[in-house]
Design a protein around this ligand. Structure first.
Ligand SMILES: Cc1cc2nc3c(=O)[nH]c(=O)nc-3n(C[C@H](O)[C@H](O)[C@H](O)COP(=O)(O)OP(=O)(O)OC[C@H]3O[C@@H](n4cnc5c(N)ncnc54)[C@H](O)[C@@H]3O)c2cc1C
Length: 383
């Protein structure tokens, strides 16, 4: 726990969103002595849905403060990084091992620190209201509850963001997207498995940036045979093409992502044909092995401010950073630590002002880093 101001006051805090970012905030603030309630729209919880996280320092710091250092030990180790050329030849090799921490294990470990009445499933927040004395959470079932502070940890399409930044809450599509897949390692043919497994692999082609690595199995299993191969294929897709894919998938043209199972068969077959035509054989095999590829449009967003009255933004609600940074979860962890520290040290108004200025600077820096990384993609000049 952080140093407390002599007039430390335990607060009633609502956290909107119960993914990793929401759990970082809720568990730290609970440990600090605040009264927390998480509102999560999913009715079944998020266990068994994540994959592997490339962990960074802020993530380790949160776990350390919670006394959970060992939670980051559960993961899959990639022994080296390789880059393939179009023919499948390894053109670069870097023997730096890296661990992909189990998202599920982390989520379950953090969730266990909260009681069931502190983590409300099936509660979609429709609106947040606030003045300088309190904040209210309004759920879609009509439930309205009042708190001293509301924390938005509700991700890239945040409802809470609309209160904090009513005139500037829209993500900007950047002109490329990722096709993604997560296949049981046993679904890869022997040749592809020999090239791809146990390592981080990359390929850069004229219209492609592809990477793939092993992640734990659905329940966090890291044993041989239980792991999954996670592939990520970045391709330039114009806003018009993305809108067409959404419409063809029965979604609104303004949507920017498709979940597993959303993609119609004819588009999946087109993707497979493109993979065979454009990728090294091992990566093409990984794409073909995925029955339900999913899509994530890459967007940029940094909120103009992170607080308004008694409402605070954290994680992806505050700023969406490009996946190349591998810092989404770490940034959310850093936000949670900063909020905990500020509330422990300062009266509420000063705490929120400190959080706002400190974390907005970090959000801008990480977002700009992501934009710079995006410029180094092989197709950057076309987007
Ligand atoms: C299921 C899942 C799996 C992930 N797996 C990985 C991974 O393997 N590797 C990786 O690097 N990153 C992963 N991420 C992303 C990573 O966790 C985030 O970048 C980072 O943790 C910060 O995200 P966040 O918690 O701010 O937002 P998100 O992870 O997007 O979570 C937002 C949460 O808010 C909930 N929510 C949204 N709107 C509302 C509402 N109106 N009312 C109530 N609840 C709402 C959502 O259901 C979700 O649980 C995953 C995210 C999710 C949700």
């Amino acid at each position: 726990m952080t140093t407390r101001h002599p007039s430390f006051t335990p607060r009633r805090v609502a956290v909107v969103g119960g993914s990793l970012g929401g759990l970082f905030v809720a568990t730290l603030l609970k440990q600090d002595g605040h009264d927390v309630t998480v509102f999560e729209r999913s009715s079944r919880g998020l266990a068994r849905r994540g994959a592997g996280l490339v962990a960074q320092q802020d993530l380790y710091d949160v776990l350390h403060r919670l006394g959970l250092d060992q939670a980051a030990d559960v993961g899959v180790v990639a022994a080296e990084r390789i880059t393939l050329d179009r023919s499948g030849r390894v053109v670069q090799r870097d023997r730096t091992p890296q661990t992909q921490v189990s998202w599920d294990h982390l989520w379950v470990t953090l969730r266990e620190l909260l009681d069931d009445d502190e983590y409300l499933l099936g509660h979609r927040v429709e609106e947040v209201r606030s003045d300088d004395t309190h904040a209210e959470v309004v759920c879609d079932d009509g439930l309205v509850r009042s708190f001293d502070l509301v924390v938005g940890a509700d991700g890239a399409n945040s409802v809470v963001r609309q209160f904090v930044a009513p005139r500037d809450h829209t993500n900007q599509y950047v002109g490329y997207s990722t096709w993604r897949g997560l296949v049981p390692e046993g679904a890869l043919d022997d040749d592809a498995a020999a090239v791809l497994l146990e390592r981080f692999a990359f390929y850069n082609g004229p219209g492609s940036h592809m990477l793939g690595y092993l992640v734990p199995g659905p329940a966090g299993d890291t044993g041989f045979g239980f792991r999954r191969y996670n592939w990520v294929w970045y391709r330039p897709i114009t806003a018009e093409q993305l809108a067409r894919i959404m419409r063809d998938s029965g979604r609104s043209a303004t949507d920017q992502s498709l979940a597993p199972g959303d993609l119609p068969e004819f588009l999946r077959d087109e993707l497979r044909a493109d993979a065979v035509a454009e990728l090294p054989t091992a990566f093409a095999a990984a794409v073909v092995a995925e029955p339900e590829p999913f899509l994530q449009g890459i967007v940029d967003y940094v909120a103009p401010a992170l607080t308004a009255h008694r409402v605070v933004l954290t994680g992806d609600a505050a700023a969406v950073v490009r996946p190349h940074t591998a810092m989404g979860a770490a940034k959310a962890a850093g936000d949670a630590l900063a909020l905990s520290d500020a509330l422990g040290r300062w009266p509420l108004e000063a705490a929120l002002a400190t959080y706002d200025s400190d974390r907005l600077e970090v959000a801008r820096a990480v977002a700009q880093y992501g934009v710079r990384l995006g410029r180094s993609l092989p197709f950057a000049a076309r987007v």
